[in-house]
Each structure stands twice: as structure tokens, then as C-alpha cells.
Design a protein around this ligand. Structure first.
Ligand code: CP
Length: 311
């Protein structure tokens, strides 16, 4: 693989990446996707590199995907979940991480419910930090794997029309996707009920629509987001049934469109709310391909960041 370097030694958010960094990560992920298609899917790239996966919030895809990416790269890993740990005895995030780093860990992958948690650790520890989702702020590796999948399906990112649909207000996936797609020259529209769109979202350089059908007719790719009830302190819409009536997507909606679109969702899906089962499992859907690509993309991120350490 050619020797190119990221401009950063951490991945806190898409906001910190240059366009060249994103190209480099996507190109490197392409290489690792090929590696993952071989009978022997493991490479020795991160031998003698130790990664701590710290999950203070629930996760299926991100946690397993990082762990598998690390194993495929031959890294040594330790896994930490807040439940069952000394966090329940009052230990702080910083103390927890400093104790883990004392065991000679090189890089921390952090998921945390608080906005800014990854930035907080970056400023206070020597370790390299990868943000695996901080509250409603950013989820950079999700945006990278989404971009990788769009590029794979549409052959490019520049000029591709991407609609991000649903609960934009509580979504870190939305912000990271908007930042990345804008940097790469895609056209972005957000669509959802007014209560679930941030007030000044258009200042991020996106179109805004409250009309699902019109948005689906406009876009090449629909990235449908989960209604995040666990982050909603208020009632933002009358009921899941009513949300589904106006913003839910089923297979017949997709089949009736004048052109084919790519259907994405970061998971987990609320089946019957934002997507029907017939849509989620339809030929339009690339949801499991997103998950597959997540491993290659995370391998690329870890490989490139580890190279920064020894630089
Ligand atoms: N997409 C995503 O972040 O899923 P998990 O919460 O399961 O990691």
C-alpha cells in the first residue's frame, strides 16, 4: 500500500478531517475490503499495537465492527463496558481511562453518551482517540462507512444527492454525514417533521424539506435514521403510528419512485416506524452492506492512525 498520512493522529469528528484524509481512508478501506474477501482475512499490520474499546453506551454494530477490525489487523485488544465496571462505584471517565492507559494501551476507541467526551480525553491523555459516537454530536466512522457504501453503489460522491431522513435533531450520524458529504461535494437534504429538525440546520449547507415523497423523488440515496426515543425528553410527534404515516418508508413507496434509489440506515432499525420490514429487506436496501463495509473502513482508520503513532 502507498505511504500516505492522515493530517491528524486522532479521529474525533469529521470536522477535523481534510478532503484528502477522507479520500485516503476510503482508498485504504477499499484495499482492506479486498483483504476481507480472501480465505485468510488477517494481516499483521498492527502487531504490537494495543487498543482499548471503551463503551459507556450500548452498541452492537460499532462495538463488534471495531473489535473485528482490530483482530483482522492483529492488534492486541481489551474491551471495557461501563456496566459491570468500577464506574458504578463512582470512578470518573478520566480515572477509568488513565488506569487503562497504565496497562500500556496505545489507542482508545470511545463510545460515550456525553457530547465532547472523545475531545475531553484527547486533551487530557497521551493516547490516540477514536470517537465511536459521543451523544448527539458525531459518529465519524459511521459517516465514513456510509460514504464508502454510497461511493461503491453510485461510483462517486461528488454531485450525488443524499437525503437524510428522520430524527436529525438527536442524531450524531446526521451531523457526521452532513459534514462529510459536504466536504466531498455531494448534495445533502434533510427531511423529517419540523420538531425533529434542528432550528438552524440549513446553516450546515443542507436543503430542508418536510415532504417525504418529494424528497425521495429528488434523491439518489436515502439514509433513513432511527427515531431515538432514548434521547427524547419531550414528545416530538403524537405516536409511532402517526410518524410512520407521514415519514415511514415501505417497499411500495420505493417501487413507485420514477428512479431507483439506494436505501440506507445506520441501524438499529425501528421496524414499522421509520422503515417497514418490506423496505428494510428489499432490493433497494444496502443496510447489511453498510455493516460489512464498516469493518474495512474501521480497519483503514486504525491502520492509518497507528501509522501516525510511529511517524
Ligand atoms: N450504527 C450504530 O452506531 O449502531 P450501534 O449503536 O449498534 O453501534
Amino acid at each position: 500500500m502507498k505511504e500516505a498520512k492522515l493530517s491528524t493522529r486522532h479521529l474525533i469528528g469529521i470536522k477535523d478531517l481534510l478532503e484528502e484524509d477522507i479520500h485516503l481512508i476510503l482508498e485504504t478501506a477499499n484495499h482492506f475490503k479486498e483483504v476481507l474477501s480472501r480465505p485468510i482475512k488477517k494481516v499483521p499490520s498492527l502487531r504490537d499495537f494495543t487498543i482499548g474499546n471503551l463503551f459507556f453506551e450500548n452498541s452492537t454494530r460499532t462495538k463488534l465492527s471495531f473489535e473485528l477490525a482490530e483482530k483482522r489487523l492483529s492488534a492486541d485488544i481489551i474491551n471495557f463496558s461501563a456496566s459491570g465496571s468500577s464506574v458504578s462505584k463512582g470512578e470518573t471517565l478520566l480515572d477509568t481511562v488513565q488506569n487503562i492507559l497504565a496497562m500500556k494501551v496505545d489507542l482508545i476507541v470511545l463510545r460515550h453518551p456525553s457530547v465532547g467526551a472523545a475531545q475531553f480525553l484527547k486533551e487530557r491523555t497521551q493516547a490516540q482517540i477514536v470517537n465511536a459516537g459521543d451523544g448527539t454530536h458525531e459518529h465519524p466512522t459511521q459517516a465514513l462507512l456510509d460514504a464508502f457504501t454510497i461511493q461503491e453503489k453510485c461510483k462517486k460522491l461528488k454531485g450525488i444527492k443524499v437525503a437524510i431522513i428522520g430524527d436529525i435533531l438527536h442524531s450524531r450520524v446526521a451531523l457526521s454525514n452532513i459534514l462529510l458529504l459536504n466536504k466531498m461535494g455531494a448534495k445533502v437534504r434533510v427531511c423529517g417533521p419540523p420538531t425533529l429538525l434542528p432550528k438552524h440546520v440549513s446553516t450546515l449547507g443542507v436543503d430542508v424539506s418536510y415532504k417525504l415523497k418529494e424528497t425521495l423523488e429528488w434523491c439518489d440515496v436515502a439514509n433513513v435514521l432511527r427515531i431515538q426515543t432514548e434521547r427524547q425528553e419531550l414528545q416530538y410527534f403524537p405516536s409511532g403510528r402517526e410518524y410512520n404515516l407521514y415519514f415511514g418508508i415501505d417497499k411500495s413507496t420505493l417501487d413507485q419512485l420514477e428512479h431507483e434509489i439506494v436505501l440506507m440506515h445506520p441501524g438499529p432499525i425501528n421496524r414499522g416506524v421509520e422503515l417497514s420490514t418490506s423496505a428494510a429487506d428489499s432490493k433497494h436496501s444496502v443496510i447489511l452492506e453498510q455493516v460489512e463495509n464498516g469493518v474495512a473502513v474501521r480497519m483503514a482508520v486504525l491502520y492509518l492512525l497507528a501509522a501516525q503513532k510511529s511517524a
